[in-house]
Design a protein around this ligand. Structure first.
Ligand SMILES: [Zn+2]
Length: 229
């Protein structure tokens, strides 16, 4: 038997969202270590929670690999992702909060939003489809647009593209990108050079040169465009 109240606890909501975010491969499997890293908890507590989520029929175990979301689990994860990203957009656009501060606020508020407030926020923002970090916002029918993006760090020199999204979880990194490197979603660039063995990347943005370390480049998703001649 499953309990509706327990299914809607903040911990359960955070876990299904983390599973959706870290799921990989054709079977969309999330591993214990992936979810532990995402939530900043120990693998031991993740294993315990995976069992509980399976009892709540929100996930099924994939032996030796982790878990995959059930239909119900997927719906709940998409609902929470929609609320989180709508709240981030609302905090930036309606309240003028800087983009590095909205993730933590949205993480707290997302668990307390009613369906009506969610709809009113979406309507007041003109039904946005991307959040301030460039991540897609699932539609009201809970459809997530499929993004054709690659990690910036995987590009080779000479390739050009547009920044699609930036990981929202590290405020210091977001501040560095907007205030020092002056880049964000929609910035066009050419990758000029990349040092081997995890060394830095040199981007050309207009006539400006920007150097980004490899860990930073791993947190940036880009859309490739044909290289300029
Ligand atoms: Zn966020």
């Amino acid at each position: 038997m499953t309990s509706t109240t327990e299914r809607r606890s903040a911990t359960v909501e955070d876990y299904v969202k983390a599973i959706l975010r870290t799921a990989r491969g054709p079977r969309r499997t999330a591993s214990t270590t992936g979810v532990a890293q995402e939530l900043g908890v120990t693998p031991g507590s993740v294993s315990g929670m995976f069992k509980r989520l399976a009892e709540l029929e929100l996930v099924v175990h994939v032996p030796y690999h982790g878990v995959t979301l059930t239909g119900d689990g997927q719906q709940l994860a998409l609902r929470m992702t929609r609320r989180h990203r709508l709240l981030e957009t609302f905090l930036v656009e309606a309240l003028g909060m800087p983009w590095d501060r909205v993730h933590a606020e949205a993480d707290r508020l997302e668990h307390h939003l009613s369906d009506e407030l969610e709809q009113r926020i979406a309507a007041s923002l003109g039904e946005p489809t991307v959040d301030p970090h460039g991540d897609p916002i699932p539609s009201v029918e809970l459809m997530m647009p499929v993004e054709d993006t690659v990690e910036l760090g995987e590009l080779v020199p000479g390739q050009a593209g547009v920044i699609a999204s930036v990981s929202d979880t590290h405020p210091d990194m977001l501040r560095y990108l907007s205030d020092v490197a002056r880049i964000g979603p929609s910035t066009r660039f050419v990758l000029q050079d990349k040092q081997p063995f995890g060394g830095p990347l040199m981007l050309l943005i207009g006539s400006r040169k920007v150097v980004l370390g490899a860990p930073l480049a791993a947190s940036v998703q880009v859309r490739l465009s044909p290289a300029p001649r």
